[in-house]
Write a protein that binds this ligand. Structure first.
Ligand SMILES: C[S@@+](CC[C@H](N)C(=O)[O-])C[C@H]1O[C@@H](n2cnc3c(N)ncnc32)[C@H](O)[C@@H]1O
Length: 203
């Protein structure tokens, strides 16, 4: 679901971009199964487009397809990114729980804090698994239910109130979808991040 006005301000500003580049992106690269160089990447919930810059500049991916459910966020990303990545970037409105691309289209899916906004988050994980090639990786950073149910999240942000997940639920769902996670998981300040590998043979 779309961000409310408060989270829109919280996410779309230079401080958030700094934190994402300086701390979050390097940690995600470190916890991944392998480097992202030359990956064909899908970014779910790309927001105002900083994720896309990170994918190209820091991760050196080959191409990016970026979706966000909110047309206003996609417009912001278009403004930020201009035409600098030309044919290497596809940017469009899209839902992580109904990803508008064919099976096995990507070898990397990036989630910078998006799945806790998706009502059917289990379906989003299945969709991510579907669009990844065998051996592809899903690299994520997200917010567990116990944090979302805290006073400040309940008061200032909008997200589906039912059926949220803890890290163990998220891991179980990834494994049920056909991913391997192993020890590529960590918690930090009550959030979590990790990487899941699509098994080479179909699950
Ligand atoms: C917390 S923001 C994170 C934005 C960006 N990834 C970042 O880290 O700055 C979550 C983003 O996910 C988008 N979003 C929410 N539900 C979505 C869905 N079902 N599919 C795709 N994008 C979604 C929102 O519009 C918003 O831009």
């Amino acid at each position: 679901m779309k961000l409310n006005w408060f989270e829109t301000l919280l996410m779309n500003n230079p401080v958030r971009a700094f934190v994402q580049r300086r701390y979050e992106a390097p940690r995600l690269a470190k916890i991944a199964y392998r480097p992202f160089n030359d990956a064909t990447a899908l970014i779910i919930g790309c927001g105002r487009g900083v994720d896309v810059h990170i994918a190209f500049e820091m991760y050196q991916v080959q191409s990016v397809t970026a979706i966000d459910i909110d047309p206003a966020q996609v417009d912001r990303a278009r403004k930020l990114l201009g035409d600098q990545y030309r044919d290497l970037l596809t940017l469009q409105v899209g839902d992580a729980s109904a990803i508008p691309f064919a099976d096995e289209s990507f070898d990397l899916v990036l989630d910078f804090g998006v799945i806790h906004h998706v009502p059917d988050w289990r379906q989003a994980i299945r969709e991510i698994h579907r669009v990844l090639s065998p051996g592809g990786q899903f690299v994520f950073e997200d917010i567990p239910g116990h944090k979302l149910y805290s006073w400040h999240y309940r008061t200032f942000t909008d997200y589906p109130r039912e059926n949220r997940f803890e890290l163990s639920d998220f891991r179980d769902e990834c494994e049920a979808a056909g991913f391997v996670i192993g020890d590529h998981l960590e918690s930090f300040f009550g959030f979590f991040r990790g990487a899941a590998l699509k098994k080479a043979e179909a699950a």
